[in-house]
Design a protein around this ligand. Structure first.
Ligand code: ZN
Length: 251
């Protein structure tokens, strides 16, 4: 099996070297405190931390972009400005129009699967929150990456743990699973991201996979800390990797 390099840039932004390609996932490239708070509307409090490297370094060498959904902590104004407009840009069908409106010219909507030779990009479903909030939060996706002789990677996206996620783990038997585990709270009430407990459920469901937990300590409505998740994982004796911003994990 070939080695994949997964770099956490910040929040859900990942730079993945896989099967000869460099994939940029969910580019949020704004500087610290440059867009709205999700707790105190009207104040620019997000992101709560800066990028661990320059924007130029983040986008250097990128061959394609994958976008799980359009929320500003996954695709922001800065990313729209700096990314080359002709990059292959893979999105869920409902986001194609908006990304094209941002002048990207090579946008492909993935209904179920896209062939980005030699990589297969499979789109997966999930829910960004409880049913009552879905009309507000919108449709979100995840992606499974497959390539011959390369580990299968499941990027779950901003999805709560549920039977859909469980079924997808069974279906794709991923070697690596990336969770968005910040436990974000919407308008001070409902949780709209996996927390420690749900992340542990993913780990228990996929004991053969290496879990990497991201989307932590970058936004003001995320409650989970790296320290709390690491403690929960250690207590449950489950080996979850929790990279720092800028850290690269190689398998
Ligand atoms: Zn998010």
């Amino acid at each position: 099996m070939e080695k994949v390099a997964i770099q956490l840039v910040r929040n859900a932004t990942l730079k993945i070297q896989y099967a000869g390609k460099v994939l940029l996932v969910d580019p949020m490239l704004s500087s610290r405190h440059s867009f709205m708070s999700f707790v105190e509307p009207g104040k620019d409090l997000n992101p709560t931390v800066g990028l661990p490297m320059s924007v130029e370094e983040v986008i250097e060498g990128v061959d394609a972009v994958l976008l799980t959904h359009l929320h500003p902590d996954h695709f922001d104004q800065k990313a729209m400005e700096v990314l080359a407009k002709d990059l292959p840009f893979y999105v869920q069908p409902s986001d194609k129009e908006m990304v094209e409106k941002a002048d990207f010219t090579n946008v492909e909507a993935i209904e179920s699967m896209a062939n980005y030779d030699p990589i297969k990009i499979l789109r997966t479903d999930g829910k960004h929150g409880p049913d009552k909030l879905l009309p507000t939060l919108g449709i979100v996706s995840g992606f499974v990456l497959q390539a011959e002789n390369w580990p299968t990677i499941y990027i779950i996206g901003d999805c709560l743990w549920d039977e859909t996620i469980e079924r997808q783990i069974e279906k794709y038997n991923p070697d690596i699973i990336i969770t968005n585990s910040g436990g974000a709270i919407f308008m001070g009430q409902d949780r709209i991201l996996m927390n420690e407990e749900e992340t542990l459920k993913v780990a228990r469901k996929a004991p053969q996979a290496q879990l990497i937990a991201t989307h932590i300590e970058a936004l003001d409505h995320c409650q989970v800390t790296r320290e709390a998740l690491a403690k929960a994982a250690a207590e449950a004796n489950l080996p979850i990797l929790i990279p720092d911003d800028g850290e690269t994990i190689i398998f």
